[in-house]
Design a protein around this ligand. Structure first.
Ligand code: HGY
Ligand code: MN
Ligand code: MN
Length: 413
């Protein structure tokens, strides 16, 4: 197989078409799980899978499986895939390169007359992004049994709509208890993804072989102070919820910067202020924080320091502070045999490569709990992601699909 066997132009066309299925005006991609754009995007991708002759099934939360049945269908398949949901104000490539690139790898193998012994299965995970329910990797988390049906039923979005209502309205009505994968369901899983960092492009390396996936955590903090007239309420005695939040935002930033490790990162991506009027003292503020590190213990130290800061600010400012640890997941270590297969494919394909860690989390973080897993990164321009100017050049995507196709063929033989 050479890169000439790949149909990268048509793949770019599919990525562009998928990118236009958005809640926002192109080139901005916003596609929140169970929304109208998500449903249209699912239908589009399932149509492409059906056109490739794959057998398409969905589980009770919309994780989608498109199987190329192998000559020995009783063997555990080799999986590949990623997600197609997108956070607000995102780009074309996050997740979608892994789904449509995985499909292109399958179509290329089909075109070359390859017959897999193990089935090869493309997976489109539901809700990799935390946008709707505040927790990332919802679909793969449930597949791995890391989130049970009861806990999932308690999930609500910002409008108070529950998971049950939304998934059933989107046509997913099966029992949530049926989602966890049985042992050996996949003999291996590889996720192709943009790096979402600058390293590969800066070094001019074709692909990254991911050895570890960072450990993500998310904490929801609610501050309740006392509202009032911005002009008539004097400063002494104020219980301003946003001023309290500001102290915690800086405490979190300081906590991440002072671990001494470059791998510790922390972000407050959501800050909701009530009532949100310029001349009214904020009485209620909700913060959503994202805290990561490739070492879980170091990350947990930052979370503990933030918790301590909450206690101190609550006492000193008289603002009630409620704390909810949404998730604190362990990091994942990728499988040496899958990595070795990727390395051999990169060499055979004449592609430069390096081993690296993933600072972003991915569905592979949870697939690694139920199957041997590795990730395959391609460069993205300037390391930019989660922005409309996210970009991966066709030759970068081609290199990733080329190495992926070779590896799938090797593992499925
Ligand atoms: O946030 C992440 O790491 C992923 O892109 N959802
Ligand atoms: Mn993302
Ligand atoms: Mn992603």
């Amino acid at each position: 197989m050479t890169s000439a066997d790949l149909s990268i132009d048509s793949l770019i066309g599919e990525l562009t078409t998928l990118g236009r299925i958005s809640e926002a005006e192109p080139p901005v991609v916003t596609r929140v799980v169970f929304g109208e754009a998500d449903r249209r995007a699912r239908a589009y991708v399932k149509g492409l899978c059906a056109d490739a002759g794959l057998t398409v099934t969905e589980d009770a939360i919309g994780n989608t499986f498109a199987r190329w049945v192998g000559t020995d269908p009783h063997l555990g398949p080799i999986g590949t895939g990623s997600h197609i949901d997108a956070i607000p104000n995102a780009g074309l490539y996050d997740g979608c390169v892994g789904v449509l690139g995985g499909l292109e790898a399958i179509r290329t193998l089909q075109k070359l007359g390859f017959r897999p012994r193990r089935s090869i299965e493309l997976v489109i995970f539901t809700a990799e992004e935390p946008t709707r329910f505040g927790i990332g990797c919802l679909g793969s988390r449930m597949m791995a049994g890391a989130l049970g049906a009861e806990a999932a039923r308690t999930l609500r979005d910002n409008e108070g709509r529950g998971l049950e209502e939304l998934r059933q309205a989107a046509g997913f009505t099966g029992p949530l208890e049926s989602i966890p994968l049985s042992a050996g369901r996949f003999a291996g899983f590889i996720e192709l993804h943009i790096e979402q960092g600058p390293e590969l492009e800066r070094k001019g390396i074709d692909v990254g072989l991911v050895t570890h996936i960072a450990a993500p955590a998310s904490v929801r903090i609610l501050m309740e102070g006392e509202g009032g007239h911005a002009g008539a309420t004097l400063m002494p005695g104020r219980r301003d919820a946003l001023a309290a939040a500001a102290e915690l935002i800086l405490a979190l930033e300081n906590g991440a910067r002072s671990t001494g490790a470059i791998d510790t990162v922390a972000t407050v991506g959501v800050c909701e202020v009530f009532p949100g009027a310029v001349n009214s003292i904020p009485s209620r503020v909700r913060l959503e924080t994202d805290i990561r590190d490739i070492e879980a213990a170091r990350r947990d130290g930052v979370i503990a320091a933030l918790h301590g800061a909450c206690d101190e600010v609550q006492k000193r400012r008289g603002v009630k502070i409620s704390w909810e640890l949404v998730n604190a997941d362990p990091p994942a270590t990728c499988d040496p045999a899958i990595l070795a297969a990727l390395e051999a494919s990169a060499k055979a394909a004449g592609r430069s490569y390096q081993m690296m860690v993933s600072r972003a989390y991915h569905d592979s973080l949870f697939m690694a709990r139920v199957a041997p897993v590795a990730m395959l990164f391609i460069p993205c321009r300037g390391g930019i992601s989660h922005r409309p100017d996210e970009y991966a050049a066709p030759e970068w995507i081609g290199a990733g699909v080329h190495v992926l196709a070779r590896t799938l063929a090797h593992l499925a033989s």
